[in-house]
Design a protein around this ligand. Structure first.
Ligand code: PEP
Length: 260
């Protein structure tokens, strides 16, 4: 297995005014020199991208958006394109988050178009997959994940997979306080890597960054990241406070250092 520095992204969802976002980003940047060895990414709401970009300038912390539309420009009221994100300083964009699939009707085909649009503009997708509780309970977890992976990565070649971060986020663990156990998460992560190996070959699959998301906290991040196939986290609630987010990054770095 290729060991990769931990990747920790904070998804601020529809929270924080510009002033609040600036404050949170400033607190994280202040300690970022101590967090060397991790790739840290912050995803504020669109309205705060500009403020947060200014704070991140000159720091190792990267900027992400939470969504995009696949067209470059046009009469698409309310939408934001990949070139616009690039222009706003985003290096990453979250695509296919379960809240977008659930509340905004995003489909695997739409996710695939968004991934391609992001890549075309040089913005790295953080591509989310995950099963609901009823899908897990009826034994469909891997069918759902396989379908989402297949659809989202349709006609995407091995050469560009290295520009895509995959996030496994069981829907039943998002914002619920219920975390997948390290074993549950590792089981799905290893199966995701197997699927990637079948499609792209072992070397490419081993290099892929696969994040876990779903009620990650400072108290569970060490055990999760100690698992072989867990390369980092997509953090929602706990990323809204500098202290808990930074502690998650520290625990991830500690687990990485001890990882074989
Ligand atoms: C998320 O929104 O991607 C997420 C994982 O949220 P939470 O950490 O709050 O479960």
């Amino acid at each position: 297995m290729v060991k990769k520095p931990p990747f920790v992204a904070g998804n601020w969802k529809m929270h924080l005014t510009m002033g609040e976002a600036k404050g949170l980003a400033t607190a994280i940047v202040k300690v970022s020199a101590d967090l060397a060895g991790a790739e840290i990414v912050l995803a504020p709401p669109f309205t705060a991208l500009g403020e947060v970009k200014k704070v991140l300038e000159g720091s190792p912390v990267r900027l992400a958006a939470q969504n995009l539309f696949w067209e470059e420009k046009g009469a698409f009221t309310g939408e934001v394109s990949a070139p616009m994100l690039r222009d706003s300083g985003c290096q990453y964009v979250i695509i296919g988050h379960s809240e977008r699939r659930q509340y905004f009707g995003e489909t695997d085909d739409g996710v695939n178009r968004k991934i391609k649009a992001a890549l075309k503009s040089g913005v790295f997708p953080i591509f989310c997959v995950g099963e609901t509780l009823s899908e897990r309970e009826s034994g469909q977890t891997m069918d759902v994940i396989s379908r989402q992976l297949q659809g989202g990565l349709d006609s995407i070649g091995a050469g560009v997979l290295k520009s895509i971060v995959i996030a496994y986020e069981p829907v039943w663990a998002i914002g619920t306080g219920k975390t997948a156990t390290p074993d549950q998460a590792e089981e799905v992560h290893s199966r995701i890597r197997e699927k990637l190996a079948l499609k792209y070959g072992n070397g490419t699959a081993e290099c892929a960054i696969i994040l876990y998301g779903g009620s990650v906290k400072p108290t569970n991040s060490f055990a999760l990241l100690s698992e072989k196939n867990i390369d980092g986290f997509l953090v929602g609630g706990a990323s809204l406070e500098a202290e808990s987010f930074v502690q998650i990054v520290r625990e991830a770095i500690r687990a990485y250092k001890e990882k074989k």
